[in-house]
Design a protein around this ligand. Structure first.
Ligand SMILES: Nc1ncnc2c1ncn2[C@@H]1O[C@H](COP(=O)(O)OP(=O)(O)OP(=O)(O)O)[C@@H](O)[C@H]1O
Ligand SMILES: [Mg+2]
Length: 230
């Protein structure tokens, strides 16, 4: 399969005054297009740091990272932002929706940041994404008028509105009950089946089972990486 993420020997150290934390200590990772990868590991093992690097939200101190054939380590902030907007959709534990803003407007937002040169109807794209996640009847609802699972589905619609090849989800079911978590995972599975590459962090083994590959981290390194039989 064609490569999407190529990470070699990346390290990341956070400095807080005199204290140094080696959040990533030499990570190598290749992910192909179409994979569904779960990342597990104890709190503080570096999962979110790795996701932030993959998501071009942060840059590693050492090593190289290429996303869809583009080496990122020398990119300027603006170039990273453009790469991020065209290639990646994000889903977080706390949904990160704007309050007092309708589902439709929340999903429309990232469409405005995409600079593909194509003339696209942002509103139509947002509506289509909400229909795709099963919220076609909730377009004008505010986040506080939606259940947790529905809010997370709005966040997923927002993640896919620009049709990025990669979706990064950091504990997307962490704030949801079991039933709702399963619905959200079914949605990720559908997106994966339609060709999206997904990297998902979770603390829950049952959630990780929905992926096709399981990576475990400890103290800033990958300690195991296995394909899961379906
Ligand atoms: N912005 C930051 N400044 C300083 N230290 C940080 C920062 N972000 C993370 N760290 C430290 O880096 C290490 C890895 O953190 P990270 O957030 O990647 O862990 P995690 O595996 O996502 O944990 P959790 O499961 O609790 O979310 C931790 O020791 C953390 O305290
Ligand atoms: Mg984390």
């Amino acid at each position: 399969m064609e490569g999407l993420i190529k990470i070699s020997s990346i390290s990341k150290t956070y400095r807080m005054g005199d204290v140094e934390v080696n959040a990533l200590r030499g990570v190598d990772l290749n992910i192909s297009k179409g994979e569904f990868v779960a990342v597990m590991g104890a709190s503080g093992s570096g999962k979110s740091t790795l996701m932030n690097v993959i998501g071009c939200l942060d840059v590693a101190d050492k090593g190289s990272y290429s996303l869809d054939g583009k080496e990122t380590s020398h990119l300027k902030r603006r170039e990273l932002a453009d790469l991020r907007n065209s290639k990646i959709g994000f889903v977080f534990q706390n949904f990160s929706l704007l309050a007092r803003t309708t589902a439709l407007e929340n999903v429309e937002l990232p469409a405005h940041y995409s600079r593909g040169g194509k003339k696209v109807d942002h509103r139509a794209a947002a509506r289509a994404a909400l229909v795709k996640v099963g919220l076609g009847a909730r377009l004008d609802h505010m986040p506080n008028q939606l259940s947790g699972g529905q809010q997370q589905r709005v966040a997923i619609a927002r993640a896919i509105v620009n049709d990025p090849p990669l979706i990064l989800a950091d504990e997307p079911t962490g704030a949801l009950d079991t039933q709702t978590s399963l619905e959200v995972m079914a949605l990720f599975k559908d997106l994966n089946n339609s060709g999206k590459t997904i990297v998902l962090v979770t603390h829950e083994p049952d959630i990780a089972l929905h992926a096709n590959r399981l990576i475990k981290m400890r103290d800033g390194i990958i300690i195991s990486d296995e394909l899961m039989r379906k």
